[in-house]
Design a protein around this ligand. Structure first.
Ligand code: ARG
Length: 624
């Protein structure tokens, strides 16, 4: 919208920076930054300091004022000297569309208050205009309030979830799936091109074993119905049979080699490594069917991948190349026929890169895989979201890449996270993602049923339970710093009381209901259709102020790879909104004009909450 649409009293003068850059200051995308800049401009004039030096010293929301600046950060001297500087700023202060007042309670600090009407006007205007742009360009992730274009032109490759075929999808994979998705979203919201890669554990002797197992115990129909479940069962059976055989062998029994499961499995895997078509064909089917099934499950969590890759896909040439490079660079030593990279100097032990029988290992595949991936994606950054238990592995991987002088060695990052304790359901310890989602849905459904009257109004109770249930599991996972361990508690995390996922969904539903419950009020199409000065309650100011911090929260979440920052922000917003209903009413507001202004305010609040939820990969629901 043209600048002229802004009423004169809210027009903001432009602040000249004389070509200076202020890191993190972006008034075009974060309106509060402009107001903060106005403080810096004022102080800068009186203190004869650069704006860029003052700006970082402007503190928000401290000591009960909107902005404060500690004078001692710039001026030294006795209290009387400081008072001279303080008075200088206060005496020269003129109210503007940015700021309404300036004071110095103790001559140590300068206090500034926002021009509330103007601030509310600009923030709500910004939210509604950016939202219109988002609706018009649904595939552009960098239009919403709080997003940036910082990563423009850069490509981030992210490896997350990465479960193993025929093995349990454990809590580590669940966390990687949840956190990895949010980190991907965050990068995209900051202009990066993101490629989401699922690096399946789909190679190694165990897939030879699985193949033998399937020949013995497999069932075609069960495989097609539920490949993940069935392959897991087959795997467990053959593994048990193998263990049993080993006991017999250890007890002195003689079993011909060709009848030994261990030996058979090795032979099949060798055939797979040699690319023998029948061995490969069966394995490829298991893999394809598992991927199909996984895709369906991920979809229920709003998770998707651009590429399903895996250990099997790493090229032999790359693995051979990295091995030879390591030898050439003098990084290796031998031990009983195995080839190792010696990282003891870096307190990272010795890492095997080629086993005595010549076969490759997890680390070899990750090293070779890196080369393949860099050639294919030319990433500017590659992130692995994997549990902290694998930190040594990634330290070894990155160190080896660095010592080999690979050009992409400084573009790698391991984002780790703590353990989940006690992830179990009524059926026992969770090994399948499907079961976990099902249980979350059921538990949520029961919670909802406990309020009969409300339950009767829900259109699609099971669909709604699935969304709130998965929200509950995700929020439980992301509420704390990712490095912390936590206790999985389905009953607790699905509760409507307290800071859990359902509370955030509930707040969104309530914000949606304001509009629904007031069908007689036409929602204002733009900020200029309301009288902003009618929004003058403290509770509104608190919410506005909180909304203004959103871009900064996204920035911190991105810089620290910490989804919990956004979760905390959502809880705070939900609490603020929760206490506003009683007094900031739309239905029964003192006048129609006030009702309209409040409705507009609630709509913008809802938009920002919904954006935050989507970043967290949640589906904001409208009714419950
Ligand atoms: N499949 C592995 C596991 O379950 C995780 C793979 C992580 N990614 C990687 N590039 N190593 O432990």
């Amino acid at each position: 919208a043209p600048e002229s649409a802004i009423p004169e009293k809210y027009q903001l003068h432009s602040i000249s920076l004389d070509g200076e850059e202020i890191p993190g200051c972006d008034p075009k995308r974060s309106p509060i930054d402009g107001f903060k800049l106005a403080v810096a401009e004022l102080v800068s004039k009186q203190f004869d300091e650069k704006i860029s030096k003052i700006y970082p010293a402007v503190e928000m929301n401290k000591k009960g004022t909107d902005f404060s600046v500690a004078i001692v950060r710039f001026k030294k001297g006795k209290p009387a000297d400081l008072k001279v500087w303080a008075d200088k700023v206060v005496d020269n202060f003129k109210p503007s569309a940015y700021l309404s007042s300036c004071s110095t309670p103790d001559n140590k600090f300068l206090f500034f208050q926002l021009n509330k009407d103007s601030f509310n006007y600009h923030l709500l205007r910004h939210i509604s205009l950016t939202n219109e742009e988002c609706i018009a360009n649904p595939t552009n992730h960098t239009l919403a309030y709080g997003t940036t274009n910082e990563g423009q032109g850069k490509h981030m490759l992210i490896d997350f979830s990465s479960p193993n075929i025929a093995k349990p999808f454990h809590a580590g994979h669940l966390r990687s799936t949840i956190i990895g998705t949010v980190i991907s979203n965050l990068y995209e919201a900051n202009g990066w091109k993101v490629t989401r890669l699922n690096y399946l554990g789909d190679w190694g002797t165990q897939y030879g074993l699985l193949s033998i197992g399937f020949d013995k115990y497999g069932n075609e129909q069960e495989l097609l119905e539920d490949p993940i479940h069935h392959l897991f069962q087959v795997y467990v059976r053959i593994n048990n049979a193998k263990a049993e055989q080993k006991e017999r062998l250890d007890a002195g029994e003689t079993i011909p080699e060709e009848d030994q499961i261990h030996f058979q499995a090795k032979k099949v895997f060798k055939a797979m490594e040699d690319g023998e078509p029948t061995a490969i064909a069966q394995w490829a089917r298991f893999r394809d069917l598992s991927i199909e099934k996984l895709k369906g499950t991920y979809e229920k969590l709003n998770v998707h991948f651009d590429v399903y890759w895996g250990e099997s896909q790493v090229s032999t040439e790359s693995m051979e190349w990295v091995t030879q490079e390591a030898i050439k660079k003098g990084l290796t030593c031998e031990d009983r026929g195995a080839l190792l990279v010696d990282l003891t100097k870096y307190k990272m032990d010795k890492a095997i890169i080629r086993k005595a029988d010549g076969t490759t290992i997890y680390l070899t595949r990750d090293l070779g895989g890196l080369k393949d991936k860099y050639e294919k994606y030319k990433f500017d950054k590659h992130i692995y979201v994997v549990q902290a238990a694998q930190s040594l592995h990634f330290n070894q991987l990155f160190k080896t890449a660095e010592l080999m002088g690979l050009e992409f060695a400084d573009k790698l990052q391991h984002i780790s996270f703590g353990l989940v304790r006690g992830m179990s359901t009524r059926k026992g310890t969770v090994v399948f993602l499907e079961d976990m989602i099902e249980e979350a849905t059921e538990t949520m459904h029961e919670q909802m049923k406990s309020n009969e009257a409300k339950y009767a109004q829900v259109e699609d109770p099971l669909g709604t339970s699935a969304i709130i249930g998965t929200t509950a599991v995700k929020i439980q996972d992301m509420a704390g710093k990712r490095i912390n361990d936590y206790d999985f508690d389905m009953q607790r995390c699905t509760s409507f009381e307290g800071d859990f996922g359902p509370f955030i969904q509930y707040s969104h539903v309530r914000l949606c209901s304001v509009q629904r419950k007031n069908p007689n009020i036409l929602p204002p199409a733009s900020i200029n259709e309301i009288d902003i000065s009618l929004l003058n309650e403290q509770k509104v100011n608190d919410i506005m102020y909180h909304l203004s911090t959103y871009p900064n929260v996204i920035k911190n979440a991105l810089n620290q790879n910490e989804p919990s920052q956004i979760v905390t922000w959502c809880f705070k917003l939900s609490h603020l909104v929760g206490t506003a209903w009683e007094t900031i009413k739309v239905t029964g507001a003192p006048s129609e004009e006030i009702a309209k202004a409040r409705l507009f305010f609630y709509i913008q609040t809802r938009i920002v909450l919904a954006n935050a939820m989507k970043l967290l990969s949640l589906t904001p629901i409208e009714r419950m």
